[in-house]
Design a protein. Structure first.
Length: 159
C-alpha cells in the first residue's frame, strides 16, 4: 500500500506523543540533569518534527492523487509470505527469547529470514552472517550499551 506522506506524518506525530506520554515518569538520574527519558523524548520530539515535515510535503505534492493506493506486491504470494514471515519472526523472538536466550533466538530469527529472503542455495553464507550479526548485536547492546539481553539457556557460556 502506498500512503501519502501527510498520513505518515500524522502517524509519526502520534507516535512521538505516545513516546512522550510513556516516558513521562522515567526517573532522573541522581546528580544529573537528565535521566532515562532523555533519549526517548528526543526521539519523540524528532518524530514530531519529521511528522510535520511529512505533512507539509504530502499536502504540497498530492495534486489530487488518492491518499492511499494498493501496490502490486500485495497480490504476490512471495511478497506477502515475506511480509508475514517478518511479523512471525518478531512474535517468535518476543515469545521465545526469555526462555531460549538472546543468542540462540537471534541466530534462529536471522538465519530463517536470510534463508527465506536470499534463497536456500545461500545457506552457508547465511549461517556465517547470522552468527556474526548475532555476536555483533549482542556485544554492542549487551556489553557496550549494557542492555539486559536475556541469557536463557546460555548463561554458562556468557562472556
Amino acid at each position: 500500500m502506498k500512503v501519502n506522506d501527510a498520513i505518515s506524518g500524522i502517524i509519526f506525530i502520534l507516535f512521538g506523543f505516545l513516546v512522550f506520554y510513556l516516558t513521562r515518569d522515567f526517573p532522573i538520574m541522581p546528580g544529573q540533569r537528565y535521566g532515562a527519558g532523555l533519549f526517548p523524548n528526543l526521539i519523540g520530539f524528532f518524530m514530531g518534527v519529521g511528522g510535520v515535515a511529512l505533512i507539509v510535503r504530502g499536502v504540497k505534492t498530492r495534486n489530487g492523487a488518492p491518499w492511499a493506493t494498493v501496490m502490486d506486491w500485495v497480490s504476490s504470494p512471495r511478497h506477502l509470505s515475506s511480509f508475514f514471515l517478518v511479523i512471525f519472526v518478531l512474535i517468535f523472538y518476543i515469545l521465545i527469547s526469555d526462555h531460549l536466550g538472546f543468542i540462540p533466538t537471534a541466530f534462529i530469527c536471522l538465519f530463517v529470514l536470510l534463508l527465506w529472503l536470499r534463497g536456500p542455495a545461500t545457506w552457508p553464507s547465511s549461517v556465517v552472517i547470522s552468527i556474526l550479526a548475532t555476536i555483533v548485536i549482542q556485544q554492542f547492546f549487551g556489553e557496550f550499551l549494557r542492555v539486559p539481553l536475556p541469557w536463557g539457556i546460555v548463561p554458562i557460556f556468557g562472556w
